[in-house]
Design a protein around this ligand. Structure first.
Ligand code: 4AD
Ligand code: MG
Length: 450
């Protein structure tokens, strides 16, 4: 079907147009002059290409317009495509026409090095830079891969609400907002509880949306607003859940390798490390992981009376933080799932292990190369009374969870799911040094502008 909106020609299509005339629209990334020649690096969102304006080939007006161009001015050009190995992108345009949309005045980001604080302040412009552009294209691919994977495997996308009456992941990280006469509402920390309801209606579902955490963690891996995909499956046990998580992550990485080699090369990412991300991944129980930490004398790091204290051997029952996760992952070149964590460090909805009531049927997937936790999931408690016991123990308001308990009263079944953090995954795959670089407009404790 012919599209009714304008279909322009783009830099990424240049290979099809060698020897022919094209029209391109975009922004001036760089301009250099050499006598009768003006060279422009044109950026159009799909890629960059060199445009050559030769004085003898154009009108005087066009040549003087070309000379007046500044970094990030917006232009239209017409010209003939030539293959040129030495030019960025491999092509060059011999320009015959040029129109100017806008002359940019003193673009604040210049080719020199800028500090991160400044770049974050001009994030709306920084997104145009080549590294950021490459990361955003990979982010878009990761999201496409996730949707393709689930849609192709019989899942239905079911959206969970963002405004919610209660907590999913602990009450300490809730964002509260006024809600008419009802009082308070909270921004969703996770769509999981609602996904459990839709899974009982549709079988296999996934919810994909923003999640909000008033996290006090000021790290390279925490945002206060991030995107999460959460599949939820009726009749899946923990093993099925872990198998699905591995299949998903393998699919995402292989999809990016297939579609984003150019971007990975801009980022100077070691491709061989990603090519290796194929099943089987590694798995360790929490018990095995603690044994390893103890044998290798990796301490628990705690603050006691304002003092940093190292506790060895690592005590069974404590949650892992970055130091333990990174130490554990040093030995692995692929993701590793850690399963069956102590109940006390995990959420109220997780099912106790029938073989050991001290642990729950939880699993976290840790990524190699200091990627950290990219997935958290579990088999869910499907017994009404055991779930109620956990809700009471955590002092959660029982009334708010009556609908959730209904799922255990009317045709309860074993079921499982997990959440994969989009930004954690993109950070790991791109090798970005900070999570703020992998979402267009990061939200952190100390940043809400732009
Ligand atoms: O481990 P979490 O807290 O699990 C849940 O929210 C479950 N309800 C998911 C489920 O079973 N349906 O979060 C899941 C993932 C983490 O593994 C991590 O990748 C990401 O979400 N995540 C964050 N990403 C960025 N910033 C934060 N503050 C994050 N908190 C969690
Ligand atoms: Mg987690």
């Amino acid at each position: 079907m012919e599209s009714r909106y304008k279909t322009y020609q783009y830099v990424e299509q240049l290979p099809q147009f060698v020897g022919n005339e094209v029209e391109l629209r975009g922004w001036v990334q760089n301009k250099t002059e050499k006598g009768k020649l003006v060279f422009i690096i044109l950026r159009d969102g799909t890629g960059i290409t060199q445009c050559v304006i030769f004085k003898n080939n154009v009108t005087e007006e066009i040549f003087s317009n070309a000379k007046s161009l500044t970094q990030e001015s917006s232009i239209y050009i017409k010209g003939t495509v030539r293959a040129e190995e030495r030019a960025p992108g491999g092509f060059e345009i011999d320009v015959t026409e040029l129109n100017v949309y806008n002359i940019a005045k003193f673009y604040p980001i210049t080719p020199k090095e800028h500090g991160d604080a400044f770049l974050m302040e001009v994030r709306h412009l920084w997104l145009r830079s080549s590294r950021q552009h490459a990361i955003m294209r990979i982010r878009s691919s990761v999201i496409k891969a996730i949707k393709d994977f689930f849609d192709g495997n019989g899942f239905k996308q079911m959206d969970s609400p963002i405004l919610t009456p209660s907590a999913c992941e602990g009450t300490s990280t809730l964002f509260e907002t006024k809600y008419f006469d009802i009082g308070s509402a909270y921004l969703s920390q996770s769509g999981q509880l609602y996904a459990e309801a839709t899974a009982m209606a549709l079988g296999r579902v996934y919810t994909f949306g923003p999640a909000f955490r008033a996290e006090l963690s000021k790290t390279r891996k925490h945002l206060t607003e991030f995107w999460m995909v959460e599949p939820e499956m009726a009749f899946f046990d923990l093993n099925d859940d872990m198998d699905l998580a591995e299949d998903l992550v393998e699919y995402i990485v292989q999809y990016v390798l297939k579609n984003n080699l150019k971007e990975l090369s801009v980022l100077e990412r070691d491709i061989s490390k990603l090519e290796n991300i194929k099943r089987p991944f590694y798995r360790l129980s929490y018990d095995e992981a603690v044994d390893w930490l103890q044998k290798n004398k990796i301490p628990l790091k705690k603050k006691i009376n304002g003092q940093d204290v190292d506790i060895v051997p690592f005590p069974w029952g404590e949650d892992f933080g970055s130091p333990q996760e990174e130490a554990l992952m040093e030995q692995f070149d692929k993701p590793c799932i850690i399963h069956r964590y102590p109940s006390d460090v995990k959420a109220f909805y997780m099912k106790r292990d029938p073989n050991n009531s001290k642990v729950v049927l939880a699993m976290d997937m840790l990524a190699p190369e200091k990627g950290g936790e990219i997935i958290g999931g579990s088999q869910r408690e499907d017994d009404e009374n055991l779930l109620l016991e956990r809700i009471r123990k955590e002092n959660l308001p029982e009334d708010d969870y009556q609908w959730y308990l209904d799922l255990r009263r009317f045709g309860s079944v074993p079921h499982s799911g997990f959440g994969l953090g989009v930004e954690r995954t993109v950070k790991w795959i791109t090798g970005a040094s900070h999570i703020r670089e992998v979402i267009p407009f990061p939200r952190m404790i100390y940043r809400i502008y732009p």
